[in-house]
Design a protein. Structure first.
Ligand code: COA
Length: 289
């Protein structure tokens, strides 16, 4: 099999340095990546594959998951696309069985599937709130629960994609769910520590070109406001998150567990003030009429 060179990644933005990791960093490993059909998780899947890892891309939409896998295979990697809704536990178990049948047990389980839309607490229905909690929190639990029995130990790693870690207006449903993901991550890191399984999470900042960013900053004005709210002065690119993921799942992080790592250009250090300003500008911070 041809080894896919790290610099062949489609997610590298112009000017982004080529991979600083050795090409065989994850050789012989198998990663399950939920939500891997697009955005940040696809960037991670491509990056893992480019460093020698077989990847199973799990998504709700089979065509999208298979297209993502095909792109990786065409670039010389090993990948499989499977479909399941992370809210549906039996479907997750079936998808895990397919993945294990194709590439064997997992070394890496990456829970990345998420659902998001901006809405104030007043403007979201009980079903809307529950939907996001079920995708983000329960879906993360289902992923880990279904894949856990097939996670190699010692040496396996779990990585979840969290968000914010601070209160953010228009995102109560998301921050509530992701706070649960953070505590699940830290608690599981303790429970599985003696098995030699590390459990961590990444908190991405605003990442350009993703569906989430398109929803949260749909026009140029809001995009430049977002970039201006980042101490490093720019939005991130998927490769920024993939690099952190590569580190956390590699042996370089063999003494790192229970960590919720912000990869956000420093944005969260400033708290929720920028988002509150946006909320005010939208005329939503009003006393009840
Ligand atoms: N504002 C308020 N409520 C919204 C909403 C919005 N922008 N978008 C969806 N909802 C509500 C719906 O009205 C519905 O509630 P209701 O039945 O009381 O009307 C509830 O959320 C479920 O919506 P539905 O479209 O039926 O759910 P779904 O399972 O098909 O979709 C979502 C899940 C809602 C998270 C959808 O946004 C999605 O599929 N997102 C996937 C991609 C994504 O979010 N990526 C970003 C990752 S950061």
């Amino acid at each position: 099999m041809t080894q896919m060179p790290p610099h062949s990644l489609g997610t590298l933005a112009p000017g982004t340095p080529q991979s600083t990791f050795r090409p065989d960093l994850l050789a012989g490993k198998h990663a399950l990546i939920t939500g891997g059909g697009s955005g940040i998780n696809l960037g991670i899947a491509q990056s893992f594959a480019a460093h020698g890892c077989a990847v199973t891309i799990l998504g709700r939409n089979l065509d999208k998951a298979q297209a993502a896998a095909r792109g990786i295979v065409d670039a010389g990697g090993r990948a499989l696309g499977v479909s399941a809704d992370v809210r549906d536990y039996p479907a997750m178990q079936a998808a895990v069985a397919r993945a294990v049948g194709a590439f064997g047990d997992f070394d890496i389980v990456l829970a990345g599937a998420a659902g998001n839309f901006p809405a104030p607490v007043d403007g979201i229905s009980p079903n809307g709130f529950r939907t996001v909690v079920e995708i983000d929190l329960i879906g993360t639990y289902h992923t880990i629960k279904a894949a856990g029995p097939h996670l190699n130990a010692p040496g396996g790693t779990v990585l979840s994609i969290s968000a914010y870690g601070i209160p953010v207006p228009m995102q109560a449903h998301v921050v509530a769910a992701k706070a649960g993901v953070d505590m699940l991550t830290r608690t599981l890191a303790i429970e599985w520590g003696l098995r030699g399984i590390r459990v961590n999470a990444i908190v991405p900042g605003p990442i350009d070109g993703t569906e989430g960013m398109a929803r949260l900053a749909p026009d140029e004005a809001s995009r430049s406001r977002v970039a201006g709210s980042v101490p490093l002065g720019r939005m991130g690119v998927p490769q920024d998150i993939a690099n952190a993921a590569l580190f956390l799942v590699s042996d370089a992080a063999s003494y790192v567990t229970g960590v919720i790592l912000p990869v956000d250009g420093g944005q969260n250090m400033l708290g929720g003030a920028p988002q509150y300003q946006t909320y005010q500008q939208m005329g939503l911070a009003q006393p009840k009429p």
